[in-house]
Design a protein around this ligand. Structure first.
Ligand code: PEP
Length: 252
């Protein structure tokens, strides 16, 4: 048995105007009020952070950002920093999502800088890793995870990492309707936990929350959460609707 507290996080990607995001947040708060045994986070677009925060403050739902830049301020057109995100109510920051790696050139090195920037201001990093379909077919899943985790956490020590969350998101399962089997997900999670043990330390490996992401829905969350090393979920599509996301939150 583990005492890791589950986290169910919603990534709203580039969906919803601020008014729509605030309304979905309102519907979600209505449905999850009274939930005390699961941490809940939603990450709307930057434009919706403030309006969503107004709706969720004093509720069980916390705010997250989908990305951040590693400098605190400067001439970096189009970017946003960790202190700025903190100042509008963010508690979490998603870092290294596969869509950022695929479309916006993020690398293990930039991911590492972003994790450091988040930690410096007390933003909890949700550090995403995962293999592509080709890498899985070529039996490279574990070596890809090994590289992403080691490089992403390079230079960081246990004391800095107590708020870190890792999200295992096989790229082939994101937005495709294909979910990793419970056993495939468990194998990857167990491997990631063993890597944290090897590269950081045993206490962190025991306490760190590792989320699964990739076509999580109300119908598959309970079985995933039965796996001993799965501590929650990062949910894309099914988090856009308050009813389906609240069913995932109430997976027990
Ligand atoms: C994601 O965006 O992190 C994700 C897992 O998306 P989906 O749930 O839609 O596969």
């Amino acid at each position: 048995m583990t005492n890791r507290r589950p986290l169910i996080a919603g990534n709203w990607k580039m969906y919803k105007t601020p008014a729509e995001a605030a309304e979905t947040a309102r519907q979600l708060v209505e449905r999850v009020t009274g939930v005390t045994d699961v941490d809940i986070m939603i990450a709307p677009t930057f434009a919706s952070l403030e309006p969503v925060f107004k709706v969720i403050q004093n509720s069980p739902v916390a705010l997250g950002a989908q990305n951040l830049f590693w400098e605190n301020e400067g001439a970096y057109t189009g970017e946003i920093s960790a202190p700025m995100l903190k100042s509008v109510g963010c508690e979490y920051g998603i870092i290294g999502h596969s869509e950022r790696r695929q479309y916006f050139g993020e690398t293990d090195e930039t991911v590492n800088k972003k994790i450091q920037a988040a930690i410096q201001v007390g933003l909890k990093p949700v550090f995403c890793v995962g293999e592509t379909e080709k890498e899985r077919e070529d039996e490279q899943t574990l070596s890809v995870l090994d590289k992403q985790v080691k490089k992403g956490l390079e230079g960081l020590v246990s004391d800095q990492l107590d708020t870190l969350i890792i999200a295992y998101e096989p790229v082939w399962a994101i937005g495709t309707g294909k979910t990793a089997t419970d056993e495939q997900a468990q194998e990857a999670h167990q491997f990631i936990r063993s890597l944290v043990k090897k590269t950081v330390d045993n206490d962190l490996a025991e306490s760190i929350r590792i989320l699964y992401g990739g076509s999580v829905k109300p119908a598959n969350i309970a079985a995933l959460m039965e796996m001993p090393d799965i501590d929650g979920a990062l949910v894309g599509g099914a988090s856009l609707d308050a009813e389906s996301f609240s069913q995932i939150v109430k997976f027990k």
